[in-house]
Design a protein around this ligand. Structure first.
Ligand SMILES: [Zn+2]
Length: 446
């Protein structure tokens, strides 16, 4: 759908979205009490105040339409320390299913659609209907599955009609369990019918992309999404940046003032449109994800962005105008993930039932600690990286790894490098042993 049609679609749904929330959802009525008139177009959306997960979690019921009963209960993963419970009504689930079935059925489709093998797991509660008209099979990778090899090599036998291709869809953590389990059980990936891999919601580092595409011999696409918002963003084949789904509205705002910006770096804000979301609306929802704006003139959509990672795991220059990230969480994670020397926190709690996987160590997140403080007018940034070995016992190797990491951080953060040259910022990196960092810094969208 071209940019102007997307805009018209969003503008058509926005008034109903705002009216519904104002009349039926107490949290929004209170929040918007001083708003002169509700927005009629997406340009006017910035008249409404932003809303954050923290505000909503204080009184979760206030942000729901009490006239609906919950047909599906979902929740965020809690990686930002504030889990939110999301209720969806039967009416909205039915609308989503019918809308996407009709849209997809009306578009030109090949006769044989691939089997959609979903390994989304059940970490986030009840699933939302999958907007896909072909055969779908959900697999929980925490359970042992009796015939996984047959499913992956002969999907046609499994679904009872010809089917040559499988699209594998899942959260990165789930894809990792499935893939490592298959490797450890001696599966020959040359026989696999998986022709595309789609990761949702998690950060895909360069190293992980190389791993998945190398093992599956299939391209991997990474979708931006989070549990609380129905919808997300897809990578654009034309400009290479992310564009939001047509049924949600994206904006980027200054991290401090909250004012919309149209260039540079800011926080992504999302609005779910009615009737795709009815029981628990998210309007001007501040996601807490830092993004860098891309070109405004892509024919697909006027809002294009690149993910820079969680705001709370990044360091933004508090004095710059407009805001400038000194260290972007997603960049840092991507850099550190290239080094096998960096320790991983174990996912023991999360994957306790994975009895068929002898080595679970590589399922965890990288362990590092990033802190920042102001001192005598200068900003001091400390990065502690946990290594898999005791640093002082391997002194020259430790030094080589830290020097390499530092050089790569500087190369990919030119604003940080400039701030250090101008003596506005000090930046220290130290290596510590794995046991010295108990808190695993997690960088992922939920
Ligand atoms: Zn584009």
């Amino acid at each position: 759908m071209p940019s102007d049609q997307r805009k018209a679609f969003r503008n058509a749904l926005l008034p109903a979205t705002c009216n519904h929330a104002f009349k039926r959802v107490r949290g929004y009525a209170d929040l918007w009490a001083n708003v002169a008139h509700l927005p009629r177009t997406i340009e006017e959306l910035s008249a409404l105040p932003l809303v954050e997960k923290r505000q909503m979690s204080v009184d979760q019921a206030a942000f729901r339409d009490p006239s609906f009963d919950a047909a599906a209960v979902q929740h965020t993963g809690g990686t930002t320390r504030t889990p939110l419970v999301i209720h969806r009504s039967a009416a909205e689930l039915l609308f989503i299913e019918r809308f996407f079935t009709k849209v997809i059925r009306d578009s030109a489709l090949p006769a044989e659609l691939p089997l959609c093998l979903s390994v989304l797991g059940d970490f986030h509660g009840d699933p939302t209907p999958m907007p896909y008209p072909g055969p779908t099979f959900r697999l929980n990778v925490n359970d042992s599955y009796w015939d996984l090899h047959a499913l992956l090599t002969q999907p046609g036998d499994f679904i009872g009609r010809p089917c040559e291709n499988i699209m594998l869809v899942g959260l990165e953590s789930q894809l990792r369990i499935l893939t490592t389990r298959l490797i450890e059980t001696g599966f020959d990936f040359a026989d696999s019918r998986v022709t595309s891999v789609h990761s949702t919601g998690d950060l895909i580092t360069s190293r992980l992309r190389e791993f998945y595409e190398g093992v599956w011999k299939a391209p991997l696409t990474s979708r931006y999404s989070m549990s609380e918002v129905f919808g997300g963003a897809e990578n654009c084949a034309q400009c290479g940046y992310y564009h939001c789904d047509t049924h949600i509205v994206g904006e980027v705002v200054d991290p401090r003032s909250g004012a919309p910006i149209d260039a540079g770096c800011g926080v992504l804000t999302l609005t779910c449109l009615y009737p795709f979301v009815q029981m628990q609306p998210f309007i001007r929802y501040r996601t807490g994800d830092l993004v860098e704006l891309g070109p405004r003139d892509c024919p697909v959509d006027s809002l294009a962005f690149r993910l820079m990672g969680r705001e709370i795991h990044s360091i933004v220059d508090a004095s710059a105008d407009p805001a400038q990230p000194l260290i972007a969480a997603a960049e840092l994670y991507d850099i550190l993930d290239a080094y096998p020397e960096v320790a991983l926190g174990e996912f023991e709690e999360m994957f306790r039932s994975l009895d068929s996987l002898p080595d679970r160590h590589d399922l965890g997140h990288l362990k590092y600690r990033l802190t920042s403080r102001q001192e005598n007018g200068r900003q001091h940034i400390d990065l502690q990286i946990a290594l898999r070995f005791t640093p002082y016992l391997y002194e020259s190797r430790t030094r080589a790894v830290i020097d390499d990491i530092r050089a790569e951080i500087m190369r990919r953060h030119p604003y940080l490098a400039e701030s250090i040259r101008n003596h506005r910022v000090d930046f220290d990196i130290t290596a510590v042993s794995s046991r010295e960092i108990s808190q695993v810094q997690v960088d992922e969208t939920e």
